[in-house]
Design a protein around this ligand. Structure first.
Ligand code: ARG
Length: 460
């Protein structure tokens, strides 16, 4: 136990069980590169402030670059005797370079060190995830572009409501993922603040230059209160919240893909490589990837609850509870990253059965609202028009036919305002084209929305 950074105070070693209970290195070694970056910036700042010598600094830089190379090559031996990523690296540095390594921790604590590492980690994750969300958006755009005038039924209550275009439907998800990106970009601002300098909790007596360390690490600001800096993890919660919302959107999209691929819908097919068969039923092709994405949203939501609960009872400042923040955070990043990566690819491999979509839009009286609007334009109050069309739909239902299949004479039984031109508004295309305003489903608007989206993404 003499190897421990705090061993002098203790008269008996930890049991193996307790050592394992206490250790975090098995998972926090994932932050190793950020830990080294943070240490190097801290050492450079201490040198500039005259606390470390130039010779110490170059020994630290040399030692750290060897350690980094070992870690990247998978040669670094992590040990739970040294508890966490921070002490594993510091001990190795000291083994390599002696006293200069022991001086690195001057004016610092693992409390501000770990808070800094997590912030650097989350910042990098945000950048990666935002880029992946853009990839998913591009796939949606490519697919939407092919379907600006592909008609499908729009649903409310999962019942046919009004005709929309498939392109318009896909662009709805484009919007959702766009807001997800905004949320991540916004969370990044609050993540990108530097705890270093807060030391254990109260700050440090050394003449530190926090702005300089922050600049080296690309932090936009330094945390303004040392107690807050070492103890809060709200940035991680905010990140997980944005991730949860993004996964919720992925899950809704997944649910739709699953429905659309069901032969009763038959709207789409998903490329074989994203599906699996059944070990017993030879005919099966199952949309497993979409089901997994829908299912994996659950674990991310769970991590959000976990992190909120982790923090809610902690008195200021740092408590070891905080060590439990990492696994949920890492799993959130992994789950979202892999799901987005797969979806960016999978969406491109979707084939659309336009005939099936069209046939579905023709069932279910999707243009009933258009008929009501037609009557309103001829002077009938909307509520009366609604009732007249409801009766017409009831009649058509009894005849087992669509509104457009009723004769003009039959339609006129429900309102004498109806004339021969009614059949233009009862068509699917007539209905689509009528909704020609910003945000509407008319193909011209969808085309414009796609063009604007492409431009916003920097065009290509
Ligand atoms: N492994 C610890 C964590 O994840 C590092 C900080 C430990 N600080 C302490 N005072 N015990 O939070």
């Amino acid at each position: 136990n003499r190897d421990k950074a705090w061993s002098g105070r203790f008269s008996e070693p930890m049991s193996d069980l307790l050592q394992r209970y206490n250790a975090s290195v098995d998972f926090d070694k994932r932050m190793a590169e950020f830990d080294i970056q943070g240490s190097l910036a801290h050492a450079r700042m201490l040198t500039r402030a005259g606390v470390l010598s130039e010779a110490d600094l170059s020994a630290i830089e040399q030692g750290m670059s060897e350690i980094l190379a070992d870690i990247r090559a998978g040669r670094f031996e992590w040990t739970i005797q040294l508890e966490d990523v921070h002490m594993n690296i510091e001990k190795r540095l000291t083994d390599k370079i002696g006293d200069a390594g022991k001086r690195l921790h001057t004016g610092r604590s693992r409390n501000d060190q770990v808070a800094t590492d997590i912030r650097l980690y989350v910042r990098a994750a945000i950048d990666e995830i935002s880029a992946l969300l853009v990839e998913v958006q591009k796939s949606l755009l490519d697919l939407a572009e092919q379907h600006v005038d592909t008609v499908m039924p729009g649903f409310t209550h999962l019942q046919v409501a009004q005709p929309v275009t498939f392109g318009h439907h896909l662009m709805a998800y484009f919007e959702m993922f766009g807001r997800d990106i905004e949320r991540f970009v916004d969370a990044r601002k609050r993540t990108n603040r530097m705890p270093l300098g807060s030391a254990a909790l109260a700050g440090t007596s050394y003449p530190i230059q926090r702005e300089y360390t922050a600049e080296l690490l690309g932090f936009e600001q330094v945390c303004r209160n040392s107690l807050d800096a070492v103890s809060d993890r709200d940035f991680a919660i905010e990140f997980t919240s944005a991730a949860s919302i993004a996964m919720m959107h992925m899950s809704r999209l997944s649910e739709e893909l699953i429905l659309w691929m069901n032969p009763r819908f038959g709207f789409i097919d998903i490329a074989d490589r994203f599906c699996t068969g059944s070990s017993i039923m030879p005919q099966k092709k199952n949309p497993d990837v979409a089901e997994l994405a829908r299912g994996k949203s659950a674990r991310v939501f769970g991590h959000l609850m976990g992190l909120l609960t982790l923090m809610k009872g902690q008195p200021l400042t740092y408590n070891k509870d905080n060590q439990e923040d990492k696994e949920p955070l890492f799993d959130t990043v992994d789950t979202l990253t892999v799901t987005l990566t797969i979806y960016a690819d999978m969406l491109r491999g979707i084939t659309v059965n336009k005939e099936a979509m069209r046939a579905a839009a023709l069932q279910g009286y999707a243009t009933a609202t258009d008929l009501a609007d037609y009557l309103v334009k001829r002077g009938l109050p909307f509520r009366d028009a609604h009732e007249a069309v409801a009766l017409a739909v009831r009649h058509a239902e009894q005849q087992r036919c669509d509104l457009a299949e009723l004769s003009l004479d039959t339609l006129r039984q429900f309102s004498t305002l109806i004339e021969a031109d009614v059949f233009e508004v009862l068509t699917l295309e007539g209905s689509l084209n009528a909704r020609n305003h910003i945000g509407g489903t008319a193909p011209a608007q969808v085309r414009a929305a796609i063009a604007a989206a492409r431009q916003a993404l920097g065009g290509d």
